[in-house]
Write a protein that binds this ligand. Structure first.
Ligand code: GRF
Length: 199
């Protein structure tokens, strides 16, 4: 059984999508061990607990990035977590954490990387005038929104779209492909060749 830890900072809709996929048998061989939020009031924490998933708050304030990451890793190791999923976790991870869980940290980003990394990817897409955008699940490396791509989904940008309407369209696809990507990684049926994930 692979044990998944999920890091959040906010509403946690991707965390819920992962939890529902796991409980619905769509991620064979996986269980969710823990949700960690760096924001005490994150709605996602409550949504995790409602589902019977342990949710804890770890404050990053007053700590260096690595100190906070070491505290998170200690909680993850204590529960024998194999795989870490970032789901709206709004902080960079330290190089220490990335090495500690090498090739075992996944992230979802609301654009077709390498376009529009960083904050407000959907707003960046609207501003740029692209006709299509989407989302990307990737392995996390030491650069922001950068590691090898596991899955992507494309959505059209419609005339009159705002960052909000585009975000909603992309979010539906996020909830679909994140569990698929996690299922692939849990299955072990892939190999990493440089930037490429080969199924
Ligand atoms: C999602 O758009 C995700 O792609 C991005 O942050 C947002 C998190 O939303 N990394 P939620 O907390 O999963 O609802």
């Amino acid at each position: 059984m692979k044990r998944i830890g999920i890091l959040i900072s906010g509403r946690g809709s991707n965390m819920v999508a992962l939890a529902e996929a796991v409980s619905g048998g769509k991620v064979p061989g996986a269980e969710i061990a823990l949700v960690i939020s760096n924001i005490e009031t994150a709605a996602g924490l409550e949504r995790a607990r409602e589902r019977g998933i342990e949710g804890i708050f770890l404050n990053h304030k007053g700590k260096t990035r690595e100190e906070h990451d070491r505290a998170m890793a200690a909680e993850l190791h204590r529960r024998s977590v194999d795989l870490v999923c970032l789901a709206g976790y709004m902080r960079l991870l330290s190089p220490w954490f990335i090495r500690e869980f090498e090739h075992r940290v996944l992230n979802i980003h609301p654009s077709l990387l390498p376009s529009f990394p960083g904050l407000d990817a959907q707003g960046q897409a609207i501003e740029y005038g692209v006709k299509a955008s989407g989302c990307t699940v990737h392995l996390v490396d030491e650069q922001l929104d950068h590691g090898p791509i596991i899955k992507q989904a494309v959505v059209p940008v419609m005339p009159g779209d705002t960052a909000g309407s585009l975000s909603a369209r992309i979010l539906d696809e996020e909830h679909r492909i994140y569990p698929e990507a996690v299922a692939l990684i849990v299955s072990g049926n892939y190999r990493i060749d440089g930037r490429r994930i080969i199924e």
